[in-house]
Design a protein. Structure first.
Lengths: 294, 336, 311
């Protein structure tokens, strides 16, 4: 009777992390995305070492202005003679910091709001959800405009402004998760044992909505980066002379006829970054719940 | 020869080829159903019954389902060789199917009348309006008020939904009705009603039926012939009398033994030991051998063929044990 | 059903009040002295004070807000600091342009993405599916103002097919509409695909086939009608994306819509204009959401029943 051994093999345990990683690795797109992001993060982190901010990034050199991409300047130069390559690489810092910062801020706020709404239900739920609906109905650029006007243009304020729509997203996910689990018996028994509410949320509820949250984080970083660059493009994001990608495009717009590379390259940077995040996010979604794929 | 039977399945084998494994759902079965006869196809979940039913309509999802071999003659024509147009003409018109779960079998955004009428409009070439009128008649036939033709599925209870499904199936008076566990999802009291309705309509319309079920009680109620299926193969077949009163296969014996005895309530339940084998990893030889109380070495060496029981024309069993003419089941030793 | 619509319209009022309050409050804190701006550089202090009195800027916040609300009801949201023209009137003048742009964008997006989404769902896991998904992926990854710039470089400057901006004939609508619609198309393609995949698995599809419906009938009549429901929801949720996209596209293409109005007013610190425009935008969003909900009810009889009963 080979049965007990066979059964044991069938149920050989792997942790969730290992299982997910194993599946993720098989996804070439996700791995490409991950690779690109790692490179980008390295480049962003190392840029203060590679470039001297005062000289390379914002230092002006009028003799070399508006040069198309060439050997000395891989991405060309802008209207002040600044090397576009240095500016783009340095600009990655802003996108990444703003992207990750806004999303994490939104995650914390959203989780608190969503779990309160889901857990307590009733009036709390209605108020919070209507509030979120209102924020959702105003286009996030508008909210960002209002908040940045209020607080003044700076990187941190931009992050706060963008965190609002992230928070709405997370609040919804957490609330839905909380509501499905709230009534289940193991939560009731924890409650009965006297466990404080916040502990119940952290220990039981959050682990259950971990998958959609992880996926949402990756995807939201992408949309946030786009929003940040959009706002900078409009002039109400990161203040000059910071080489944020959107700001670079705004500057490039003035030279669309004679130096079109200024309009093309920073946009490519944004696109590939968000593309990498989307590939990774999709890959994570498939890896975390393979049933969804089919 | 083939014309005698409404349905003649020869050596059907269907596999599901997925990334993870090759599932051998149906492994060489032969089934015949004569005119106006009802055959009960019995077996546990995973035995391959639904796959068989879908094959008759050539609706096995492909991918991942692949028909490895076999011919299915529906009134003399091989379904597996038909063109898409021929198949569309045949489905709903010559053969119709009732699915297990009435909750999901109906389109939630179409009225019930339209759904019944659709079948009529296609096969009888009527306008949508005329078909709708006829649909109302069908509703009446299954015991639902005609005015409800304008309602949507979510407005009906489970039992009534199943009646609608029956109405759709019988709308064009097909020769053969395939019912896949038609009452499993319903309450016990509703089950009886729906079965009665089915029996009555089949008699009235002089149809044949293939009733798929795991419930022996339902088979006893409704079916004249029985085929017992295990791991994608037919292990015993015959008339209801043959199989119920003179059973020969150890699996059949196990099925009947595991029925709770309502009269002697103190008795222990007698389940069949073990689990049905994984269809992607079938044991060699007879698939039931690992669980069979009578199994011998020889059983695992070759898949037993269906052979006639005591020279019967109707009763067949696939069990190597009967090579020994002295062999009989425990239950049969009492002279059943 | 009508009752439901009225109820929803009435429920808009508290939403508008809260939104306008928040925005009014936020904008009033943004500093900059409007009286100074209006008076000009050479004004004497008394003149500035006089303007302040006239505008009611010395009144407490609540009073100012109250006046503003009163004004809103009659359609008077003050005057632009810059153009001195009526805020409400200016907004309404520009609104049709944005609606035109948004409408064209949604039209382009839907016409492209619905068939594409259905096609990729039916041919799941083939190269056609992969190609469609790659398109969708790129579409959701690119900033739409950048797409606008790219389109200008290629189609206006290099190929000379379309004007680089401004509102002119129909050809001036094309590039801006594609800019806004592209991202939307990518999103809708993904949603359509996953909705169709979901629907294709459903039992009622097999029932339809078992009845003898042709594959085409099965997909369009049975499949699509059911698939549309979540797709419409998704489109509805993205309407704010269309407005956002309009702000950017109008800036890139100098299109005289409300998006550009907001942008210009911000740059010029024209507070009444910004306030009024944003409030009007949120009202617009609420109305659009209501319309989407109603369309949704049209397609799903279960929801229709709910709305009629609640009524």
């Amino acid at each position: 009777m080979a049965q007990p051994k066979e059964i044991k093999n069938q149920y050989k345990k792997r942790t969730l992390f290992q299982e997910t990683w194993r599946r993720l690795v098989k996804n070439r797109g996700a791995m490409l995305g991950l690779g690109f992001l790692v490179l980008l993060i390295l480049a962003a982190a190392l840029s203060p070492v590679l470039f001297n901010y005062e000289v390379d990034v914002i230092g002006q050199n009028m003799q070399e202005r508006l040069m198309a991409p060439c050997g000395a300047h891989w991405f060309g130069t802008d209207e002040y003679g600044r090397d576009l390559f240095a500016r783009v690489i340095y600009g990655a810092r802003y996108s990444l910091i703003i992207g990750v910062g806004s999303v994490l801020l939104g995650l914390v706020v959203g989780t608190i709001l969503g779990s309160q709404a889901g857990f307590h239900g009733g009036v709390t739920d209605s108020i919070i959800m209507r509030g979120i609906d209102i924020f959702y109905s105003i286009p996030n650029i508008m909210t960002a405009v209002v908040i940045v006007s209020l607080l003044g243009p700076s990187t941190v304020n931009l992050m706060i402004a963008l965190a609002f729509s992230c928070a709405s997203s997370f609040a919804r996910i957490v609330r839905a998760s909380v509501m499905t689990i709230r009534d289940q018996e193991y939560v009731e028994s924890s409650y009965a044992m006297g466990l404080p509410t916040w502990k119940i949320i952290v220990k039981h509820i959050l682990p259950n909505c971990l998958s959609p949250i992880i996926v949402q984080i990756t995807l939201l970083i992408g949309t946030t980066i786009i929003s940040a660059s959009s706002l900078s493009f409009l002039g109400i994001g990161v203040p000059a002379p910071a080489p944020e990608w959107g700001a670079l495009l705004s500057a490039g717009r003035g030279h669309i006829r004679d130096a079109s590379y200024m309009c093309i390259i920073p946009g490519l940077a944004i696109m590939f970054t968000v593309l990498a995040l989307n590939l990774l996010g999709d890959g994570l979604r498939d890896a975390l719940d393979p049933k969804l794929k089919k | 020869m083939a014309e005698e039977f409404v349905l003649d399945i020869k050596n059907l084998a269907v596999h599901y080829e997925t990334e993870d494994a090759d599932v051998h759902a149906v492994n060489g079965i032969d089934i015949v159903i004569g005119k106006k006869r009802t055959l009960g196809l019995v077996g546990e979940t995973g035995a391959g019954k639904t796959t068989t039913a879908l094959s008759i309509l050539n609706l096995v999802p492909n991918p991942p389902g692949v028909i490895k071999s076999g011919e299915i003659y529906l009134e003399g024509k091989d379904v597996l060789k038909m063109t898409p147009t021929e198949l569309e003409k045949m489905r709903g018109n010559d053969v119709a199917m009732i699915f297990q779960d009435p909750m999901t079998a109906l389109n939630p955004v179409m009225t019930v009348g339209d759904q019944i009428g659709e079948s009529i409009a296609i096969h009888q070439n009527l306008s949508k309006k005329d078909a709708f009128e006829k649909a109302k008649e069908m509703l009446k036939m299954v015991g639902i008020a005609e005015s409800r033709a304008y309602d949507y599925p979510h407005q009906f209870s489970g039992g009534m939904k199943q009646r609608v499904v029956i109405a759709i199936a019988l709308a064009c008076s097909p020769q053969l009705l395939i019912a896949d566990e038609p009452t499993t999802a319903l309450d016990v009291t509703i089950q009886a009603q729906v079965l009665e309705l089915m029996k009555q309509l089949i008699r009235e319309k002089e149809m044949s039926m293939l009733l798929i079920t795991h419930d022996l009680g339902v088979v006893a109620e409704v079916c004249e012939d029985v085929a017992v299926m295990y791991a994608g193969r037919i292990v015993e077949k015959g008339t209801a009398d043959d199989v119920f009163n003179h059973m020969r296969h150890p699996y059949t014996e196990g099925l009947f033994d595991s029925l709770p005895n309502l009269k002697e309530r103190g008795e222990e339940l007698v389940p069949i030991k073990g689990l049905m084998p994984d269809p992607s990893d079938l044991p060699p030889g007879c698939a039931f051998a690992p669980r069979c109380p009578y199994a011998t070495e020889a059983c695992s060496q070759a898949v037993p063929e269906l052979t006639a029981v005591d020279g019967s024309k109707t009763h067949f069993v696939a069990c190597s044990a009967y090579r020994n003419p002295e062999f009989s089941l425990r239950g049969n030793k009492d002279g059943r | 059903m009508l009752k439901y619509i009225l109820k929803r319209l009435v429920m808009l009022i508290p939403v508008i009040m809260v939104t306008s309050f928040l925005i009014f409050w936020a904008m009033s804190l943004t500093g900059g002295d409007p009286a100074l701006m209006l008076a000009g550089d050479n004004a004497k202090p008394e003149q500035i004070e006089q303007i302040r009195e006239e505008l009611g800027l010395n009144d407490p916040f609540i009073v100012r807000y109250g006046n503003y609300m009163k004004g809103m009801i009659t359609g008077d949201m003050g005057q632009s600091y810059v153009t001195k023209r009526d805020v409400f009137k200016t907004f309404m003048e520009r609104l049709p342009n944005t609606l035109m742009l948004g409408g064209a964008a949604v039209l382009i997006a839907v016409v492209v993405s619905l068939p594409l989404g259905i096609y990729t769902a039916i041919h799941q896991n083939t190269w056609k599916d992969t190609a469609g998904m790659i398109f969708a992926l790129f579409g959701t990854s690119m900033p739409n103002f950048w797409l606008g710039l790219m389109l200008i470089i290629l189609f206006s400057l290099k190929l000379g097919l379309f004007p680089t901006g401004g509102k002119g004939g129909l050809d001036s609508l094309v590039l801006p509409a594609v800019t806004v619609g592209f991202g939307l198309a990518a999103l809708i393609t993904r949603t359509t695909r996953s909705s169709m995949l979901d629907v294709l698995r459903q039992d009622y599809m097999t029932t339809a086939r078992a009845k003898g419906c042709s594959e085409k009938q099965v997909i369009t009549v049975h499949g699509l009608k059911n698939a549309l429901i979540p797709i419409i929801t998704a489109i509805g949720l993205q309407m704010s994306l269309v407005i956002t996209g309009s702000v950017l596209a109008e800036t890139v293409f100098s299109w005289p819509g409300i998006g550009r109005l907001v942008y210009d007013s911000i740059s010029k610190r024209d507070i009444p204009m910004v306030t009024g425009a944003i409030i009007m935008c949120s009202i617009l969003m609420c109305i659009i959401n209501l319309v989407v909900d109603l369309i949704y009810a049209f397609f799903d009889p279960r929801i229709k029943a709910q709305y009629s009963k609640k009524g």
